[in-house]
Design a protein around this ligand. Structure first.
Ligand code: IMP
Length: 470
């Protein structure tokens, strides 16, 4: 078993064992598309940096081979593009499995659901020929809703914030909706089914929101208008409402493969991210359990998606950020623009300190290393291996915001490679320097590479460990 061979998460792998890449378990021998084995396995996929790690391609490959695909956190702040048989699908709320026939897609209670966005996304996909019905889509009855007032509040706060205190949110109401959930005044999917309950819930929420809005100089909410909007949209959501925890329990007992599809990245986690410059949900793998209602023991493999360098959208600390020609080059070669907001992403060298940290907090069993080809042609590559904080060397990012801001990256340099790695499908096709870079990344983050992606094309992947069959 891979974990036993490589001492997963217990320390750096022995360099001696890694001297000869082609001899490594399964390298080159296992095709990326191989479908074999019936082992039951539930896989969680999480972004291990600040989001935009290239989850789309990996999640699509895994979802094709899963029975059920479940979202467990976030909302329509996520965004990814799937290209299947030349057709482009844009998803931000629905699980990736929705575009593949014969799968069950699930939106768990950990997600904040904008019903109007849901309707729009469903209509858009139906327009492209995707079949969506209550047999293929289920939404947790206990999922909280994002209301139009949440988006308004999100945007008003951002506008009112002074430079340096803005979060740089997607403006989609994610934070305010989670605030209402925790404040026990959210309107949940199940509340849409009964007019009297809905009125009580709306009144409870507005008692809070109207006071808040007065303070921000905003008009009070049009209560009757909001109620009318909710009653109108209710059937479009209730059609898919289900006790998701129960459905997943039955799937698990029947030995079906469940893929838990994370959005954003672990450094945006509300607890373990670069607070307050984070999203408002738990992003790390443990949330797959609480955000859907399965037990933690049902998770067999956690796959962390890791980009071969670092990017971030929005504000907040970024120790290895590059404000020079190298950063510009990473952005251009990597097409680093946000899918949801179109914003230019900030770029920097690979930060092994942060990824080691996120692999630990998510219990990552293996990583999918993406966009290695973007590093082609750099004469020298740098990897952040520690931070200098006022003369002291740290091997983790401290939580205090002022300390984070003062952390200076300590870099290790490695020779780059001039050959193209784009489209490589085996280790033998990679230059020696690229292999050394990957091996060094594994050592530093204390976690092995399960998949190596060398282009957006599905076939351009080197498979080391299949998460569903490990
Ligand atoms: P919110 O999730 O809209 O509240 O935004 C909070 C922070 O998370 C901002 O820095 C956003 O740019 C970031 N963020 C939210 N969703 C994503 C995503 O899917 N990819 C990358 N960053 C995201």
């Amino acid at each position: 078993m891979f974990a036993a061979t490589y001492g997963l998460n217990v320390g750096p792998a022995s360099p001696a064992r890694r001297a000869s890449p082609p001899a490594r378990g399964g390298v080159g021998g296992r095709g990326f598309n191989r479908i074999e084995g019936v082992d039951m396995a539930n896989v969680v996929v999480v972004g291990a940096q600040w989001g935009d790690e290239g989850k789309g391609k990996i999640v699509d490959w895994l979802s094709e081979r899963a029975d059920t695909i479940a979202r467990f956190q976030g909302g329509h702040n996520a965004g990814h593009t799937l290209v299947i048989d030349g057709k482009v699908y844009k998803l931000s709320l629905l699980p990736s499995g929705i575009v593949r026939g014969g799968k069950l897609s699930v939106i768990g209670n950990g997600v904040v659901l904008d019903p109007w966005h849901l309707k729009k996304e469903i209509e858009q996909l139906r327009g492209q020929g995707v079949e969506i019905s209550p047999k293929t889509l289920m939404i947790a009855e206990n999922a909280p809703l994002i209301l139009p007032i949440h988006g308004e509040l999100d945007r008003a706060r951002e506008e009112a914030s002074a430079q340096g205190t803005k979060i740089g949110t997607t403006g989609r109401g994610i934070g305010p909706a989670y605030e209402d959930k925790v404040g026990r005044r959210a309107i949940r999917v199940a509340d849409l089914a009964d007019a009297a309950t809905l009125e009580t819930r709306v009144d409870r929420a507005l008692a809070h929101h109207d006071a808040l809005r007065r303070g921000l100089g905003m008009d009070p909410v049009d209560r009757d208008g909001l109620l009318a909007q909710l009653k109108e949209i209710a059937p479009s959501v209730l059609e898919y409402a289900a006790p998701v925890w129960k459905v997943l329990d039955a799937k698990r007992r029947a030995g079906k493969r469940i893929l838990f599809e994370g959005a954003q990245g672990a450094l945006l986690d509300i607890d373990f991210g670069t607070y307050p410059f984070v999203t408002s949900s738990n992003v790390i793998a443990g949330q797959a359990a609480t955000g859907t209602g399965i037990g933690p023991g049902a998770i067999d493999f956690v796959l962390g998606i890791v980009k071969a360098y670092t990017t971030r959208v929005g504000e907040g600390p970024f120790p290895a950020e590059l404000d020079d020609a190298d950063g510009q080059r990473l952005g251009e070669r990597g097409h680093e623009f946000g899918t949801v907001t179109g914003r230019k992403r900030r770029c920097g060298w690979f930060d092994a300190v942060l990824v080691r940290q996120t692999c630990a907090t998510s219990g990552v069993n293996g990583i999918a290393l993406t966009k290695l080809d973007v590093l082609d042609g750099f004469e020298t590559l740098k990897i952040c291996v520690g931070y200098d904080l006022d003369g002291e060397r740290l091997d983790h990012l401290p939580f205090a915001a002022d300390a984070q801001a003062r952390c200076a990256p300590i870099y290790e340099e490695m020779p780059g490679w001039s050959q193209s790695t784009e489209g490589a499908r085996s280790w033998a096709e990679l230059p020696a320097e690229a292999i050394k870079y990957v091996r060094r990344v594994e050592e530093l983050i204390q976690c092995p590479v399960a998949l190596l992606s060398t282009s957006p094309e599905r076939e351009d992947t080197i498979l080391v460990t299949d998460p569903f069959e490990d």
